[in-house]
Design a protein around this ligand. Sequence first.
Ligand SMILES: [Zn+2]
Length: 176
Amino acid sequence: MDRIWAPWRMAYVGGPPSEGCVFCQAVEDPDSFGVLTRGVQGFVMLNAYPYNSGHLLVVPYSHVPSIVNLGTEELCGLMQLVQASMEAMERCLRPQGFNLGANIGSVAGAGIAEHVHLHVVPRWQGDTNFMSVVADTRVVPEALQACAERLKPVLTEVCEELGLTMTTKEDAHSHE
Ligand SMILES: [Zn+2]
C-alpha cells in the first residue's frame, strides 16, 4: 500500500522531481502514479496536489509545454478524455459545477511547465475557495486512494460508452 501510493506524496509545487518529468514517468509506471485510464492520445490521473476532491489531470503522451504544440488528433483525444472525466465525476461525485483549464508556463502557475496538462476540478456550492486551497494544500494519500478507487471503474465504463479506445502501456509507447 505504502509503496503504491508513495509517489503521491510528492507535492508538485516547486516543479518536477529531478529525475525527470512526472507525467512521462506516469506513462512508464501508471499504477504507481495513480493513472486512472489511458486513451489513444493521452491519459487521466488524479492530481497528487489537488484543489478539490476528485481533481483530475488529463495529460497528452507528448512531452510538450503548450496546447499550441499539440496536433488536431491529440487535441480531440484530450477533450474526449476531459468529457469522459466530467461524466465519470458526475456519476461518482455529483459535483454542481467544474473548473476546467490549464496553466501554461511557470509564470501562469504551471507546476510542471514542460509537459502540458488540463485540470478538471469538480466544484460544490460552499466548497473551499479555489485560490485559498491552492495556497495551503496538504496531500492526503488516503483520501486520494479512496477517490481513485471510486472513480476508476466509473471512468473506464464511461470511456467504453463513449467509444474511446483503451490502450495498453505498450500501445501507449508506440504513440510517443
Ligand atoms: Zn513529460
